[in-house]
Design a protein around this ligand. Structure first.
Ligand code: S3P
Length: 181
């Protein structure tokens, strides 16, 4: 059974887009933790925060992290705050490799501002310095990943290829050669 690939990183760093493509390349199943929590609770992430509070969302994240750690052959896109409870990453890491995606704050701001209302921690009119402050507060949590991949100014395929090369070179998961026809 293949180790899971766990993508961590701040909101808007590309975890879901990269994860979907990685899963295709590895012939793994893709799990987006936010979408899975929405499916399990029958509420959108924004609604969980609004109606039940962040604590409820964080406990859903914790339950799901434990559940996913018991499975294999998954590419998991975590939520940007999954790392805030370090035990989530501890448990996921038992059966997986953790990769952190990073991006320039300017890019993150642009990406998160596009999908207004879907991210409860991004308030309307968020300014760059406020975002940088959030990034600073979380930096230590993201630091624990053994691999860090920069996504700004790069195409999806280049980012995915860099991760595939790491997985292959470090013998983390078996990587099939890409068909060239
Ligand atoms: C959060 C990030 C979001 C989502 C929730 C909280 C965070 O996920 O889990 O809004 O605390 O950073 P994305 O990183 O997929 O936007």
């Amino acid at each position: 059974m293949g180790k899971n690939v766990i993508l961590i990183g701040f909101m808007g760093t590309g975890k879901s887009s990269v994860g979907i493509r990685m899963a295709q390349r590895l012939h793994y199943q893709f799990v987006d933790m936010d979408r899975e929590i929405e499916r399990l609770t029958g509420m959108s992430v924004a609604d969980i925060f609004r109606r039940c509070g962040e604590t409820r969302f964080r406990s859903e994240e914790k339950l799901l992290a434990r559940k996913l750690a018991g499975r294999s052959n998954l590419v998991i896109a975590t939520g940007g705050g999954t790392v805030l409870q370090p035990e989530n990453i501890d448990v996921l890491e038992e059966n997986g490799v953790v990769i952190c995606l990073e991006a320039a704050p300017e890019d993150i701001l642009q990406r998160v501002s596009r999908k207004k209302g879907t991210r409860p921690l991004i308030k309307k009119g968020l300014e760059l310095h406020e975002l940088e402050e959030m990034l600073g507060q979380r930096a230590g949590y993201y630091q624990r990943a053994p691999y860090h991949i920069y996504t700004s100014g790069r195409g999806l395929e280049a980012v995915v290829q860099e991760i595939m090369d790491i997985l292959r070179d470090e013998n983390i998961v078996p990587v099939r050669p890409v068909a060239t026809d």
